[in-house]
Design a protein around this ligand. Sequence first.
Ligand code: PHE
Length: 482
Amino acid sequence: MLKIMQSDESKIWSLDEVLSGCDWNDQAVAVGAGLGLSNLGFVETFESSETEIKLSSEGLSAIENGLLEARLWNWISTSNSPDMASLQQSFERHEAGPGVGLLKRMGVILEAGKFSAKDPKSVEETISMRSEFLSRLPAKASSLNNELLEHFRGRKGFIESHDTTTRTWKITSQGLSIPEDLLVEKEMVSEITTELLQSENWRNAEFRAFDVTLESATPRTGRSHPMQALIERIRNIFLEMGFSELVEDYVQTAGWNMDALFIPQDHPAREMQDTFYLDNPSEMVLPDEIMELWSEIHTSGGDTGSVGWGGNFSKEISQKGLLRTHTTVNTIQYLAENPSKACRMFTVDRVFRKEAIDRTHLPEFHQIEGIIMEEGANLQMLVTTLKTFYEKMGYPEVRVRPAYFPYTEPSLEIEVKWRGKWLELGGAGIFRPEVTEPLGITHPVLAWGMGLERLAMLVLGLDDIRQLYISDLEWLRNQPII
Ligand code: PHE
């Protein structure tokens, strides 16, 4: 490197020029050699850093479809009745809310039920400046308007920055003073490889000293996916609270998934459009005795004092194969096998429902299910258990509200306060006699089933559930340790 530099003493050498001049093809070698030479005072190194700003997913979609505020403003300025209700009809909820927020900050007001702006020109100017900013990307941060840059930095998923360092070198008089014939090219070993050790070459090799004080790139290590980490944390909390884990198959019968839970055979949630029934196995044989029990309960209430649902009970329907729609199918089977042993069980596992995919729904998701069966178990205990769980998760404000499930009485909805709002996270209740008596269970059973993805959205601060599963490496790397 010094030799080529001596060929032109006033030149400032770029990395590319050094690489081609020395016949090297490895940047790291050139940078390392340059560093060695500058430590000896033979060359001077100049370094400059630049940040490049690129579009991220939201930014790209804004380029394609227009900025949200631009689309909303366009709608407001062309609509005959620019009011909230018609805006909500023209835009989806996840756009309308944040969009109105953006516009308000730009001076749009909602007065007498209608949107308008005191200074429409300035709204338009802001919008066009923002669009123009995005259309210039990718660009160097230093060439961009700082205020707009900060604005988009504050909006999730719009832009990303990449730092690059540019180095150039110039020979010093000390470097020039070294006689050319002293400069011989010598290969030095910087990495000891198996090949080197196996060959005899290491005997005569010269080794380059490491400078351990130099800065280097932080190695990227593996880490758990945030969902997996969250599951682990939930597991630990339940184990700590004295629960045992239940892990079961997600291929189940309609009988255990629904009949055992006193869900009537004509319940709408059983329809093909809500449940994934299987072609293989389309049917799974169940013991006749258990189906007889369910049949009696469903048609007449058996000995429970209930009158049942009436109508007919089909064993064919019971034996249909499906993908479980809730993990309650597993806790109820556990109880059927262990009807008299007091227990505290939990499971965090996958369930399936035919949902259209959107910001808050997926056809495949997870539930946090649990039961407590013991003498004297009561509603207060159920509420306290759920409160304790959410408190340990970091959400101390929990409330329950009356709800309805065919298999519990009373039934509850569990809500957690997050950023000032109550969010529904799951259902709970005490199993009805129609569920417990045919299985020979005598103690009360407290049960709950809560959404894991919903909780993940709170923990990770997400507004779109799909983010959890799109394998966006950049996002995954930046997630906090849960
Ligand atoms: N299985 C219910 C659901 O999927 C939740 C639930 C579980 C409700 C246990 C009550 C008791 O939403």
